[in-house]
Write a protein that binds this ligand. Structure first.
Ligand SMILES: Cc1cc2nc3c(=O)[nH]c(=O)nc-3n(C[C@H](O)[C@H](O)[C@H](O)COP(=O)(O)O)c2cc1C
Length: 164
C-alpha cells in the first residue's frame, strides 16, 4: 500500500529545499542540464553527494554517458534560469552564461551561488528515478554576497532575512 503520486508530491512539498541545476555533456559534447532539488550530501570522506534523476529526463542519457556532472547551486536571482532548465527547451544553454569545467562539463557562471564538480561513482535504481552518486572532485564555497534560491510548496522564494 502506498499513497498516490499526487499525495506524495503534496506531502513532499512541506519540505523546503534549495535548487540546483545539474549539468553534463552528451555523446556529441553538447551541454545538457536539468533543474533539481533532490540533491543531498552523502559522505564527507570521501566527499560524495547524490542527485535523483527521473527516468524520463532527457538529460539522463547524457549523465549516464559522461559519468560526470556539475551541481550548480542556484542563487535567488536564478528563478528564470531554474524555470528554463525545468523545461524541455532544446537549447537551454543558449540563454545562460557558462564556462567549461572539469572534463568540459558546464559550470553556470551567471546565477550560481556555488558548484560541485562530480565524477559518477554509482548509479542506483529507485522506482521511477535513478540515484547518481558523485565523488566531488572540485567545487566552490558559496559566494557570501549571494543568497540561495528556495523551493517550497511548488514555488520559488528567497531566504528569510536573519537580520535582527
Ligand atoms: C524546483 C524543481 C526541482 C526539480 N527537481 C528534480 C529532481 O530532483 N530530479 C528530476 O529528475 N527532475 C526534477 N525536476 C524536474 C525537471 O527539472 C524537469 O523534468 C525537466 O524538464 C527535465 O529536463 P530534461 O528532460 O531536459 O532533462 C525539478 C523541477 C523543478 C521546477
Amino acid at each position: 500500500m502506498a499513497v498516490s503520486r499526487e499525495e506524495f508530491v503534496s506531502i513532499m512539498s512541506a519540505f523546503p529545499t534549495g535548487v540546483a541545476i545539474v549539468t553534463t555533456l552528451d555523446e556529441e559534447g553538447r551541454p545538457r542540464g536539468l533543474t533539481t532539488n533532490a540533491v543531498c550530501a552523502v559522505s564527507a570522506e570521501p566527499p560524495m553527494l547524490l542527485v535523483c534523476v527521473d527516468r524520463t529526463s532527457r538529460t539522463l542519457a547524457a549523465l549516464r554517458h559522461a559519468k560526470r556532472f556539475v551541481v550548480n547551486f542556484m542563487s535567488e536571482s536564478g528563478a528564470e534560469v531554474c524555470a528554463l532548465f525545468a523545461s524541455k527547451s532544446d537549447d537551454k544553454f543558449a540563454q545562460v552564461d557558462w564556462e567549461p569545467g572539469l572534463g568540459g562539463v558546464p559550470r553556470l557562471t551567471g546565477d550560481a551561488l556555488a558548484y560541485a564538480e562530480c565524477l559518477t561513482e554509482q548509479e542506483l535504481e529507485a522506482g521511477d528515478h535513478l540515484i547518481l552518486i558523485g565523488l566531488v572532485e572540485a567545487g566552490s564555497a558559496p559566494d557570501p554576497e549571494r543568497a540561495p534560491i528556495l523551493y517550497y510548496r511548488s514555488a520559488y522564494g528567497s531566504t528569510p532575512s536573519t537580520a535582527s
